[in-house]
Design a protein around this ligand. Structure first.
Ligand SMILES: *Cc1c(COP(=O)(O)O)cnc(C)c1O
Length: 361
Protein backbone atom coordinates (compact mmCIF):
# COMPACT_ATOMS: atom_id res chain seq x y z
CA UNK A 1 0.00 0.00 0.00
CA UNK A 2 2.75 2.42 0.94
CA UNK A 3 4.21 2.36 -2.59
CA UNK A 4 1.01 3.91 -3.90
CA UNK A 5 1.50 6.93 -1.69
CA UNK A 6 1.80 10.30 -3.40
CA UNK A 7 4.10 13.15 -2.47
CA UNK A 8 1.66 15.32 -0.56
CA UNK A 9 2.59 19.01 -0.43
CA UNK A 10 -0.52 20.03 1.54
CA UNK A 11 -0.16 22.91 3.99
CA UNK A 12 -2.02 21.17 6.80
CA UNK A 13 -3.15 18.62 7.67
CA UNK A 14 -0.08 17.39 5.93
CA UNK A 15 2.16 14.44 5.27
CA UNK A 16 3.26 12.37 8.27
CA UNK A 17 6.26 10.04 8.57
CA UNK A 18 5.42 6.70 6.98
CA UNK A 19 6.98 4.82 9.89
CA UNK A 20 4.62 6.55 12.34
CA UNK A 21 1.59 5.72 10.20
CA UNK A 22 2.66 2.11 9.81
CA UNK A 23 3.29 1.76 13.52
CA UNK A 24 -0.14 3.20 14.29
CA UNK A 25 -1.63 0.83 11.73
CA UNK A 26 -0.02 -2.20 13.30
CA UNK A 27 -1.29 -1.18 16.73
CA UNK A 28 -4.68 0.06 15.73
CA UNK A 29 -6.85 -2.71 17.16
CA UNK A 30 -4.61 -3.88 19.98
CA UNK A 31 -2.13 -1.45 21.49
CA UNK A 32 0.85 -3.44 22.78
CA UNK A 33 -1.14 -6.21 24.40
CA UNK A 34 -3.76 -3.98 26.03
CA UNK A 35 -6.45 -5.66 23.93
CA UNK A 36 -7.80 -2.35 22.71
CA UNK A 37 -7.06 0.58 20.46
CA UNK A 38 -5.60 3.80 21.86
CA UNK A 39 -8.83 5.32 20.55
CA UNK A 40 -10.83 3.18 22.96
CA UNK A 41 -8.89 3.70 26.17
CA UNK A 42 -9.75 5.75 29.19
CA UNK A 43 -7.52 8.78 29.29
CA UNK A 44 -6.99 8.03 32.97
CA UNK A 45 -5.89 4.43 32.46
CA UNK A 46 -2.32 3.50 33.29
CA UNK A 47 -1.60 2.47 29.72
CA UNK A 48 -2.70 5.84 28.34
CA UNK A 49 -1.08 7.82 31.15
CA UNK A 50 2.19 6.16 30.16
CA UNK A 51 1.72 7.25 26.53
CA UNK A 52 0.93 10.77 27.70
CA UNK A 53 3.95 11.00 29.98
CA UNK A 54 6.35 9.48 27.47
CA UNK A 55 5.17 11.87 24.77
CA UNK A 56 5.71 14.86 27.04
CA UNK A 57 9.15 13.55 27.98
CA UNK A 58 10.12 13.03 24.33
CA UNK A 59 9.04 16.54 23.39
CA UNK A 60 10.92 18.00 26.35
CA UNK A 61 14.02 16.09 25.35
CA UNK A 62 13.84 16.88 21.63
CA UNK A 63 13.22 20.60 22.13
CA UNK A 64 15.46 20.84 25.24
CA UNK A 65 12.55 22.40 27.12
CA UNK A 66 13.83 23.65 30.48
CA UNK A 67 12.33 22.28 33.69
CA UNK A 68 10.58 25.56 34.53
CA UNK A 69 8.29 25.22 31.52
CA UNK A 70 5.02 23.25 31.39
CA UNK A 71 3.91 21.36 28.29
CA UNK A 72 0.16 21.41 27.67
CA UNK A 73 -1.73 19.18 25.23
CA UNK A 74 -4.92 21.09 24.40
CA UNK A 75 -7.77 20.92 21.91
CA UNK A 76 -8.28 24.59 21.08
CA UNK A 77 -6.71 24.56 17.62
CA UNK A 78 -3.98 27.09 17.06
CA UNK A 79 -6.76 29.62 16.44
CA UNK A 80 -8.10 29.09 19.95
CA UNK A 81 -4.79 30.39 21.23
CA UNK A 82 -5.44 33.70 19.47
CA UNK A 83 -7.97 34.26 22.29
CA UNK A 84 -6.31 32.30 25.09
CA UNK A 85 -3.08 34.30 24.92
CA UNK A 86 -4.54 37.77 25.55
CA UNK A 87 -7.08 36.37 28.01
CA UNK A 88 -4.31 34.84 30.11
CA UNK A 89 -1.49 37.31 29.65
CA UNK A 90 -2.70 40.81 28.94
CA UNK A 91 -3.93 41.49 32.46
CA UNK A 92 -0.47 42.49 33.64
CA UNK A 93 -0.40 45.89 31.88
CA UNK A 94 -3.45 45.82 29.61
CA UNK A 95 -1.16 46.18 26.58
CA UNK A 96 0.60 43.90 24.13
CA UNK A 97 2.82 44.16 21.04
CA UNK A 98 1.90 42.26 17.86
CA UNK A 99 4.01 41.75 14.75
CA UNK A 100 1.68 41.10 11.84
CA UNK A 101 3.60 39.23 9.15
CA UNK A 102 0.88 37.11 7.60
CA UNK A 103 -2.61 35.73 7.77
CA UNK A 104 -2.53 34.03 11.16
CA UNK A 105 -0.75 36.80 13.03
CA UNK A 106 -3.28 39.24 11.54
CA UNK A 107 -6.11 37.11 12.91
CA UNK A 108 -4.40 36.90 16.29
CA UNK A 109 -3.98 40.68 16.31
CA UNK A 110 -7.64 41.28 15.49
CA UNK A 111 -8.70 38.92 18.26
CA UNK A 112 -6.36 40.42 20.87
CA UNK A 113 -7.80 43.89 20.28
CA UNK A 114 -10.96 42.73 22.08
CA UNK A 115 -9.04 42.40 25.31
CA UNK A 116 -6.62 45.29 25.58
CA UNK A 117 -4.58 47.98 23.92
CA UNK A 118 -2.63 46.37 21.11
CA UNK A 119 0.40 47.99 19.56
CA UNK A 120 1.20 47.01 16.00
CA UNK A 121 4.93 46.37 16.37
CA UNK A 122 5.29 45.56 12.68
CA UNK A 123 3.03 45.07 9.69
CA UNK A 124 4.37 43.61 6.48
CA UNK A 125 1.07 44.03 4.64
CA UNK A 126 2.62 46.87 2.59
CA UNK A 127 4.35 44.28 0.38
CA UNK A 128 1.73 41.51 0.70
CA UNK A 129 3.64 39.84 3.54
CA UNK A 130 6.56 38.90 1.34
CA UNK A 131 9.22 39.70 3.94
CA UNK A 132 10.13 39.55 7.63
CA UNK A 133 10.82 42.83 9.47
CA UNK A 134 14.31 43.27 10.85
CA UNK A 135 14.87 43.81 14.55
CA UNK A 136 15.57 47.56 14.08
CA UNK A 137 12.17 48.01 12.42
CA UNK A 138 10.16 46.57 15.36
CA UNK A 139 8.26 49.24 17.28
CA UNK A 140 8.34 47.98 20.84
CA UNK A 141 6.32 49.18 23.85
CA UNK A 142 8.41 48.81 27.01
CA UNK A 143 5.31 48.10 29.14
CA UNK A 144 3.72 45.51 26.85
CA UNK A 145 2.51 42.41 28.71
CA UNK A 146 4.01 40.34 25.92
CA UNK A 147 5.30 40.48 22.33
CA UNK A 148 3.49 38.24 19.87
CA UNK A 149 4.73 36.91 16.53
CA UNK A 150 4.38 33.93 14.20
CA UNK A 151 7.73 32.36 13.33
CA UNK A 152 6.67 30.86 9.99
CA UNK A 153 3.96 32.31 7.79
CA UNK A 154 2.31 29.26 6.31
CA UNK A 155 0.32 31.06 3.63
CA UNK A 156 2.87 33.61 2.41
CA UNK A 157 5.96 31.42 2.79
CA UNK A 158 8.16 33.61 4.96
CA UNK A 159 10.04 32.61 8.10
CA UNK A 160 11.78 34.58 10.84
CA UNK A 161 15.48 33.78 10.85
CA UNK A 162 16.04 35.42 14.23
CA UNK A 163 14.36 35.58 17.62
CA UNK A 164 13.15 39.12 18.33
CA UNK A 165 14.93 40.89 21.17
CA UNK A 166 12.32 42.40 23.49
CA UNK A 167 14.18 42.99 26.75
CA UNK A 168 12.06 41.90 29.71
CA UNK A 169 8.84 41.63 27.68
CA UNK A 170 7.92 37.92 27.35
CA UNK A 171 7.92 36.50 23.84
CA UNK A 172 4.88 34.58 22.62
CA UNK A 173 5.27 32.65 19.39
CA UNK A 174 2.96 30.75 17.05
CA UNK A 175 5.24 27.99 15.74
CA UNK A 176 2.46 25.93 14.17
CA UNK A 177 4.20 25.47 10.85
CA UNK A 178 7.86 25.24 11.81
CA UNK A 179 8.02 23.72 15.28
CA UNK A 180 10.57 20.87 15.46
CA UNK A 181 12.13 21.94 12.14
CA UNK A 182 15.13 23.55 13.79
CA UNK A 183 16.71 23.71 17.26
CA UNK A 184 15.11 26.53 19.27
CA UNK A 185 16.29 28.18 22.48
CA UNK A 186 13.04 27.71 24.42
CA UNK A 187 14.40 29.73 27.35
CA UNK A 188 14.05 32.88 25.22
CA UNK A 189 10.27 32.47 25.19
CA UNK A 190 7.33 32.95 27.51
CA UNK A 191 5.01 30.81 25.39
CA UNK A 192 5.53 28.69 22.30
CA UNK A 193 2.46 27.10 20.82
CA UNK A 194 1.55 25.10 17.74
CA UNK A 195 -1.38 23.38 16.13
CA UNK A 196 -0.17 19.83 15.55
CA UNK A 197 -1.38 19.27 12.00
CA UNK A 198 1.62 20.74 10.18
CA UNK A 199 4.73 19.26 11.69
CA UNK A 200 3.65 17.07 14.57
CA UNK A 201 0.52 14.95 14.41
CA UNK A 202 -3.03 14.75 13.04
CA UNK A 203 -5.34 17.73 13.54
CA UNK A 204 -7.00 18.04 16.93
CA UNK A 205 -4.03 18.67 19.22
CA UNK A 206 -2.55 22.03 20.15
CA UNK A 207 0.72 22.05 22.05
CA UNK A 208 1.42 24.96 24.42
CA UNK A 209 4.81 25.33 26.10
CA UNK A 210 4.57 27.91 28.87
CA UNK A 211 7.09 29.28 31.32
CA UNK A 212 6.23 28.98 35.00
CA UNK A 213 4.86 32.17 36.47
CA UNK A 214 3.10 33.44 33.34
CA UNK A 215 -0.23 31.73 34.01
CA UNK A 216 -2.57 32.56 36.87
CA UNK A 217 -3.30 36.18 35.99
CA UNK A 218 -6.10 35.60 33.49
CA UNK A 219 -8.90 38.08 32.93
CA UNK A 220 -11.90 37.24 35.15
CA UNK A 221 -14.13 36.20 32.24
CA UNK A 222 -11.57 33.80 30.73
CA UNK A 223 -13.47 30.69 29.67
CA UNK A 224 -12.67 27.71 31.85
CA UNK A 225 -11.25 25.73 28.94
CA UNK A 226 -8.89 28.55 27.99
CA UNK A 227 -7.45 29.07 31.42
CA UNK A 228 -3.80 28.02 31.35
CA UNK A 229 -3.63 27.71 35.13
CA UNK A 230 -6.51 25.22 35.15
CA UNK A 231 -4.80 23.14 32.50
CA UNK A 232 -1.45 23.33 34.31
CA UNK A 233 -3.04 22.28 37.61
CA UNK A 234 -4.79 19.35 35.90
CA UNK A 235 -1.82 18.40 33.67
CA UNK A 236 -3.97 19.00 30.54
CA UNK A 237 -6.60 16.58 31.88
CA UNK A 238 -9.27 18.90 33.17
CA UNK A 239 -11.33 17.19 30.51
CA UNK A 240 -10.60 14.47 27.98
CA UNK A 241 -7.46 15.38 26.07
CA UNK A 242 -7.03 14.52 22.35
CA UNK A 243 -5.73 11.03 23.20
CA UNK A 244 -5.22 9.69 19.70
CA UNK A 245 -3.33 12.76 18.53
CA UNK A 246 -1.08 12.65 21.59
CA UNK A 247 -0.27 9.02 20.80
CA UNK A 248 0.45 9.93 17.17
CA UNK A 249 2.68 12.80 18.31
CA UNK A 250 4.67 10.26 20.31
CA UNK A 251 5.20 8.15 17.19
CA UNK A 252 6.21 11.19 15.13
CA UNK A 253 8.67 12.22 17.84
CA UNK A 254 10.22 8.75 17.71
CA UNK A 255 10.81 9.34 14.02
CA UNK A 256 12.30 12.80 14.67
CA UNK A 257 14.62 11.27 17.25
CA UNK A 258 15.69 8.48 14.89
CA UNK A 259 16.48 11.10 12.25
CA UNK A 260 18.84 13.25 14.26
CA UNK A 261 16.45 15.30 16.38
CA UNK A 262 15.82 18.95 15.61
CA UNK A 263 19.38 19.37 14.28
CA UNK A 264 18.72 16.54 11.84
CA UNK A 265 15.39 18.12 10.90
CA UNK A 266 17.11 21.45 10.25
CA UNK A 267 19.60 19.85 7.90
CA UNK A 268 16.85 18.15 5.91
CA UNK A 269 14.76 21.32 5.95
CA UNK A 270 17.36 23.43 4.14
CA UNK A 271 18.41 20.57 1.91
CA UNK A 272 14.83 20.39 0.62
CA UNK A 273 14.13 24.11 0.60
CA UNK A 274 17.40 25.22 -1.01
CA UNK A 275 16.99 22.63 -3.74
CA UNK A 276 13.53 23.97 -4.51
CA UNK A 277 14.45 27.67 -4.35
CA UNK A 278 17.54 27.09 -6.51
CA UNK A 279 15.41 25.32 -9.11
CA UNK A 280 12.81 28.11 -9.11
CA UNK A 281 15.46 30.85 -9.25
CA UNK A 282 17.15 29.16 -12.19
CA UNK A 283 13.91 28.88 -14.16
CA UNK A 284 12.63 31.32 -16.75
CA UNK A 285 9.02 30.88 -15.80
CA UNK A 286 8.71 30.94 -12.04
CA UNK A 287 9.09 33.65 -9.41
CA UNK A 288 8.94 33.23 -5.65
CA UNK A 289 6.55 35.23 -3.52
CA UNK A 290 8.89 35.62 -0.54
CA UNK A 291 11.85 37.97 -0.77
CA UNK A 292 15.33 36.51 -0.45
CA UNK A 293 16.44 36.56 3.18
CA UNK A 294 12.87 35.97 4.37
CA UNK A 295 12.10 32.70 2.62
CA UNK A 296 10.51 29.89 4.54
CA UNK A 297 12.12 26.47 4.77
CA UNK A 298 8.67 24.92 5.21
CA UNK A 299 6.27 26.60 2.76
CA UNK A 300 7.62 27.59 -0.66
CA UNK A 301 5.33 30.00 -2.51
CA UNK A 302 5.81 30.61 -6.23
CA UNK A 303 3.94 31.45 -9.42
CA UNK A 304 4.29 31.82 -13.18
CA UNK A 305 2.43 35.13 -13.35
CA UNK A 306 -0.22 33.54 -15.56
CA UNK A 307 -3.18 32.05 -13.67
CA UNK A 308 -4.05 29.57 -16.40
CA UNK A 309 -0.50 28.30 -16.51
CA UNK A 310 -0.45 28.02 -12.72
CA UNK A 311 -3.61 25.91 -12.85
CA UNK A 312 -2.06 23.73 -15.50
CA UNK A 313 1.08 23.28 -13.41
CA UNK A 314 -0.97 22.19 -10.41
CA UNK A 315 -3.01 19.76 -12.47
CA UNK A 316 -0.10 18.19 -14.32
CA UNK A 317 1.98 17.97 -11.15
CA UNK A 318 -0.86 16.05 -9.48
CA UNK A 319 -0.97 13.64 -12.43
CA UNK A 320 2.75 13.07 -11.91
CA UNK A 321 2.21 12.24 -8.21
CA UNK A 322 2.97 15.64 -6.63
CA UNK A 323 -0.32 16.67 -5.07
CA UNK A 324 -1.81 19.66 -3.26
CA UNK A 325 0.42 22.31 -4.81
CA UNK A 326 -2.28 24.92 -5.34
CA UNK A 327 -1.42 28.13 -3.50
CA UNK A 328 -3.68 29.87 -1.03
CA UNK A 329 -6.05 32.38 -2.64
CA UNK A 330 -4.22 35.23 -0.85
CA UNK A 331 -1.02 34.64 -2.78
CA UNK A 332 -2.33 32.76 -5.81
CA UNK A 333 0.06 30.56 -7.73
CA UNK A 334 1.55 27.53 -6.04
CA UNK A 335 2.70 26.52 -2.61
CA UNK A 336 4.83 23.51 -1.80
CA UNK A 337 4.64 22.72 1.90
CA UNK A 338 7.74 20.71 2.68
CA UNK A 339 7.43 19.90 6.35
CA UNK A 340 9.69 17.56 8.32
CA UNK A 341 8.04 14.42 7.00
CA UNK A 342 8.39 15.31 3.30
CA UNK A 343 11.04 12.95 1.89
CA UNK A 344 13.96 14.63 0.10
CA UNK A 345 13.12 12.43 -2.92
CA UNK A 346 9.71 14.11 -3.10
CA UNK A 347 11.36 17.50 -3.53
CA UNK A 348 13.91 16.09 -6.00
CA UNK A 349 11.03 14.77 -8.07
CA UNK A 350 9.19 18.07 -7.86
CA UNK A 351 12.34 19.93 -8.98
CA UNK A 352 12.64 17.65 -12.01
CA UNK A 353 8.99 18.34 -12.79
CA UNK A 354 9.52 22.11 -12.44
CA UNK A 355 12.54 22.00 -14.78
CA UNK A 356 10.62 20.08 -17.40
CA UNK A 357 7.61 22.39 -17.12
CA UNK A 358 9.87 25.42 -17.40
CA UNK A 359 11.48 24.04 -20.54
CA UNK A 360 8.16 23.24 -22.19
CA UNK A 361 6.48 26.61 -21.61
C1 LIG B 1 -2.56 26.40 10.37
C2 LIG B 1 -2.12 27.52 11.22
C3 LIG B 1 -2.95 28.10 12.20
C4 LIG B 1 -4.37 27.67 12.38
O1 LIG B 1 -4.43 26.41 12.97
P1 LIG B 1 -5.81 25.77 13.45
O2 LIG B 1 -5.36 24.61 14.27
O3 LIG B 1 -6.56 25.40 12.22
O4 LIG B 1 -6.55 26.78 14.25
C5 LIG B 1 -2.43 29.11 12.97
N1 LIG B 1 -1.18 29.56 12.81
C6 LIG B 1 -0.35 29.04 11.87
C7 LIG B 1 1.02 29.57 11.72
C8 LIG B 1 -0.80 28.01 11.06
O5 LIG B 1 0.01 27.50 10.12
Amino acid sequence: MSDQRVYNFAAGPSTLPLSALERAGSEITNYRGSGMSVMEMSHRSKVFMDIFQETQDKLRRLMSIPQDYRILFLQTGASGQFSAIPLNLIGRTGKADYAVTGNFSALAYQEAKKYGKINLAADTGDRNHSYIPRQEALKLEPDASYFYYCSNNTIYGTEWDYIPETGTVPLVCDMSSNILSTPVDVSRYGIIYAGAQKNMAPAGLTVVIIKDGLAGRELPYTPLMMNYQTMIDKDSMYNTPPCWCIYMLGLVLDWVEENGGTAGMEKLKWQRANMLYDTLDASQLFTCHAEKGSRSGMNVTFRTGDEELDARFVKEAAQAGFVNLKGHRKTGGMRASIYNAMPVEGVEGLCDFIRAFDKNH
